[in-house]
Design a protein around this ligand. Structure first.
Ligand code: Z5A
Length: 220
């Protein structure tokens, strides 16, 4: 089987930046890499992503349970259509958010049943879990500032999404939730200090992955 790596963290923590840098590094080494994001990564998932991130600007209401199930639909499709086949072909899968996001956002932050979320995740992931998860840890204030600066730098059209409009307490619950998960799954989850410069963080992530590939006997 291949290697499944997920990236997690609060809004604007830098996970997408680091995922892309790791992808380039691994491809440069000659590895076969598949990079996807959640919600999204499939035709159906990208359509649902549009709904999830912009629903209130379109004047529609969504309950926390409805939100949870839409994320679950995206995950079921992504696992079946992309992740499972890619791992079966011995590829390295990089995923921008995965099941931990639901535990943290819909569980710890929105307050839905953690047991129900665990059960739903078990069904939709078909038992597939990341081998390594990087939590890019930084105070939510720092992440939100970066996210807002990025929005302001985009010339036209891009507005805050629903999560960017949540209050700071919500984002603090998200960060605390991630740190709690990291304690519970300390072998799988690596907490990375995301408050540092981009190249330093990239090097730390590459070192961890190099060691993992070496241990798997897949170093190229
Ligand atoms: N969600 C959920 O509720 N339940 C679920 O099950 C799932 C998701 C799967 C997805 O939105 C939302 O869905 C997410 C949780 C929820 N919302 N929130 N919060 P998204 O994918 O659009 O948003 P995001 O996941 O938070 O990603 P993001 O805003 O794109 O941020 P990021 O990936 O963490 O950061 P980035 O794009 O790499 O960097 C942001 C900016 O900071 C950018 O300009 C970078 O150049 C800059 N940056 C990056 N690293 C650094 C460092 N180290 N220093 C300085 N500046 C940096």
């Amino acid at each position: 089987m291949g290697l499944f790596i997920s990236f997690e963290g609060v809004e604007g923590c830098g996970k997408t930046t680091q995922l892309e840098m790791l992808r380039e590094h691994l491809e440069w080494k000659g590895c076969q890499v598949v990079a996807v994001r959640e919600p999204g990564g499939t035709e159906l998932g990208e359509k649902i992503r549009g709904i999830l991130l912009n629903i209130d600007t379109e004047g529609l209401a969504i309950t926390p349970w409805s939100e949870l199930f839409l994320y679950a639909v995206c995950r079921a499709q992504l696992v079946c259509e992309v992740i499972k086949p890619a791992l079966g072909e011995n590829k390295i899968v990089l995923c921008d958010r995965f099941a931990d996001s639901t535990v943290v956002y819909q569980g710890y932050a929105r307050g839905l049943s953690l047991q129900a979320i665990a059960d739903i995740n078990k069904w939709v992931t078909e038992g597939i879990a990341p081998d390594i998860t990087f939590i890019m840890d930084c105070p939510p204030e720092v992440g939100l500032k970066r996210a807002m600066a990025r929005i302001n730098n985009i010339a036209e059209g891009k507005k805050e999404d629903r999560f960017e409009r949540e209050n700071i307490d919500f984002h603090k619950k998200v960060r605390d939730g991630y740190l709690r998960l990291a304690k519970e799954a300390s072998t799988r989850i690596k907490v990375i200090d995301g408050g540092r410069g981009i190249p330093v963080i990239h090097k730390e992530i590459c070192d961890i992955i190099e060691k993992k590939l070496e241990a798997m006997g897949k170093r190229k």
